[in-house]
Design a protein around this ligand. Sequence first.
Ligand code: ADE
Length: 259
Amino acid sequence: MAPPSDSDDSAPIPAGAISKLLIVIAMQTEALPLVNEFHLVEAEESIFPKGAPWIRYHGNYKGLHVDLVWPGKDPVLGVDCVGTVSAALVTYASIQSLKPDLIINAGTAGGFKAKGADIGDVYLASDVAFHDRRIPIPVFDMYGIGTRKTFATPNILKELNLKVGKLSTGDSLDMSPHDESAILNNDATVKDMEGAAVAYVADMFSTPAIFVKAVTDIVDGEKPTAEEFLQNLVAVTAALDKAVTEVVDFISGKCISDL
Ligand code: ADE
């Protein structure tokens, strides 16, 4: 008899356990190791509208049906469709079609050493907010920032060696002085380009979402961000994928309220 593989599905699944997991990832480099880890295959028939470059991988892993979506490459420029617009759109379309029980938005992030972040650290975001939606009119200002608490997962935090911090999202890799003061106001430890957008859509459709972010560059350090990001992307992706796998292993067989 062959030894059970990682994707062994023979174990009984407890009633009420999470069954449909959606992983949203912005970059191909971040996505492919997880596609391999979970033995996912690219979906042959797209659930997405014609013309969208979004890619879906799917499969069964430890009693979970896992869909991993990646916004694909810009059809003209050929680079990953990073940022809030693509992240929100692919999350919206995926929720409508797949009706996941839980979303994991996984990716890389810039970290603030003043807040204790170091290269390779993996954070579970406690809160998300935007730092580049400035609307200085009462109430619109709060709408622009869009602060929200993420779905609380005290047992994941107890079990796994993840750091906790607030995540601030904007559509730039670098940081303008305006962004810097907004990030400071958001009390963020990590900065990405998708999280708050995924959270906005997930909240709209009452889908619990968690945010796993690995630090590729130190925003308040000496090195130019783009250079440091590219230098560390592959190595830090390995730390990200290890953490996501641990989170998914923990989720397997559990109810949402057990997280
Ligand atoms: N992803 C990785 N590093 C980042 C940074 N400094 N800002 C935004 N997103 C990132």
